[in-house]
Design a protein around this ligand. Structure first.
Ligand SMILES: NC(=O)c1ccc[n+]([C@@H]2O[C@H](COP(=O)([O-])OP(=O)(O)OC[C@H]3O[C@@H](n4cnc5c(N)ncnc54)[C@H](O)[C@@H]3O)[C@@H](O)[C@H]2O)c1
Length: 439
């Protein structure tokens, strides 16, 4: 099928599919979606960022719906793409329909995947690139699964928000990778919290205390850029630091408990105590944040990536009528007080649930999925925590969302890229300076 006839077929099927949807969903998805909407045909998926999570997400997409095919792949590096392709081909055989001409390598690979005739994209590069990739995917009319966080800085968050409006107008599904929102036990627990099981949530404390992620020592022949990309979790322009890259899951749980209420400001401490090697880059190894809300309530978050320490990934909620503990690693979800409860139901793989629901929605069997609002709040809260810890200052919601401090180089090429120095709180006078200077 040519690109043009494919688009005509899509329009026809979209109309047919709309008949089976609720009116609300119809209004939300029908108007201008250029991407595949429903029918009994193939849904073509493009994978952008073929690493661990991207490969996992692609396999979950392929398991979600028999009509899904992996149709194009893009990565900064051919070896990463090839490893992912081999892995997926071995599992899914001809449903991995990605011949050489639809394997794209380099910084513009994302655009080539988007232009290759796919219906859905999986955005799983380091988060620095997410806003640009999201913008291009929306412009191309693609349904989107994008991993958390949605950006690493205020300008990135603003860019995603701006294009999320267009995604809405086009009826595109946008799913975010805050996977605990797709975890059945957590869903039931937070629903009970929202229904008042512990009364008003007075305070929440979430932790993400864990061992460090693996590092990649520099190899001969790697440029600065290649080394930083291959070791991206440890460079703050690429990851947003571990508070934004990893602990954002636990910050998202505060956001979930507060039902989307935005904190007015963050006051944070943080530092880098045990990261000493060059490959540990310029990120901190611990943060502690207090979020202050309009009504004066306060929520707290601690995260740490250090070896040999006590680890924890729990949210502790204090309510006017009881308490709640959510341990995602346990997993345990417990409510104490007059409405005491403990989850005892099934716990299907939340990553699979994400893709099952996304493809059901694309098929027209669910209302439109749009995770951008919650994803934005949790991402920006994480960024506020980092900005406050790096600077040693209070950071308001507006400071973060209006920030013009864009992390990372203006253009991308596999060449020189000096490492930015580690931020020292209280030393400098602007966000740019607080983010350090090139060494
Ligand atoms: N929800 C979760 O539980 C979960 C778990 C792991 C990772 N993640 C998220 O998934 C994303 C990817 O993490 P990962 O663990 O798969 O990392 P990874 O390093 O395994 O994969 C990232 C891939 O992106 C490629 N890449 C880098 N820059 C690129 C560019 N500009 N264009 C195209 N490709 C590029 C890399 O070469 C690599 O193959 C991150 O945002 C991370 O936070 C989420």
């Amino acid at each position: 099928m040519t690109e043009q006839s494919h688009n005509q077929e899509v329009s026809r099927r979209k109309f047919v599919a709309a008949g089976s949807m609720t009116m609300g969903a119809l209004a939300a998805t029908a108007p201008m979606s250029m991407a595949w909407a429903a029918g009994d045909d193939r849904i073509r998926v493009g994978l952008i960022g073929c690493g661990g999570r991207g490969t996992g997400a692609a396999s979950q997409a392929l398991r979600a719906d028999d009509g899904v095919v992996l149709y194009a792949m893009g990565d900064a590096f051919s070896d990463r793409l090839q490893t992912s392709h081999n892995h997926l081909s071995n599992q899914f055989n001809e449903r991995v329909d990605v011949p050489e001409p639809r394997r794209f390598v380099g910084f513009d690979a994302y655009q080539q995947v988007i232009d290759s005739g796919v219906d859905v994209v999986i955005l799983t590069t380091p988060p620095h690139f997410r806003p640009d990739h999201f913008e291009a995917a929306v412009a191309g009319g693609k349904h989107i699964f994008m991993e958390k966080p949605m950006a690493v800085d205020g300008p990135g968050v603003r860019k995603v928000l701006e294009h999320a409006q267009q995604a809405r107008a086009k009826g595109l599904h946008v799913m975010g990778g805050f996977c605990w929102r797709y975890n059945h036990p957590n869903r039931e627990c937070y629903q009970r919290i929202h229904d008042g099981a512990i009364g008003d949530v007075v305070s929440a404390h979430s932790t993400y205390l864990t061992a460090p992620l693996g590092t990649k020592p520099r190899q001969d022949g790697w440029s600065d850029m290649e080394w930083q990309l291959r070791n991206w979790q440890h460079f703050n322009w690429l990851s947003g630091d571990h508070i934004a890259e990893q602990a954002c899951h636990a910050i998202d749980k505060i956001n979930w408990a507060k039902n989307g209420q935005r904190p007015t400001k963050a006051i944070a401490l943080g530092g880098r105590q045990m990261r000493e090697t060059p490959e540990s880059g310029n990120v901190y190894d611990h943060f502690s944040v207090m979020y202050v809300y309009e009504d004066g309530s306060r929520c707290f978050h601690d995260c740490r990536q250090m070896p040999g320490c006590w680890n924890d990934n729990t949210e502790y909620l204090i309510g006017t009528k009881g308490n709640c503990y959510v341990n995602s690693w346990g997993p345990t979800q417990i409510i104490e007080g007059p409405n005491a409860w403990e989850y005892e139901g099934p716990n299907p793989n939340m990553y699979q649930v994400e893709h099952d629901e996304l493809f059901q929605a694309i098929r027209g069997n669910r209302d439109r999925i749009d995770d951008t609002e919650d994803m934005m709040t949790s991402t920006l809260m994480s960024i506020m925590g980092r900005m406050s810890a790096y600077s040693g200052q209070q950071v308001t919601w507006n400071d973060a969302i209006e920030s013009t401090d864009r992390l990372g180089p203006a253009t991308y090429e596999m060449g020189e890229l000096p490492v930015i120095s580690v931020s020292v709180p209280g030393r400098a006078g602007s966000w740019d300076e607080w983010n350090g200077t090139a060494t």
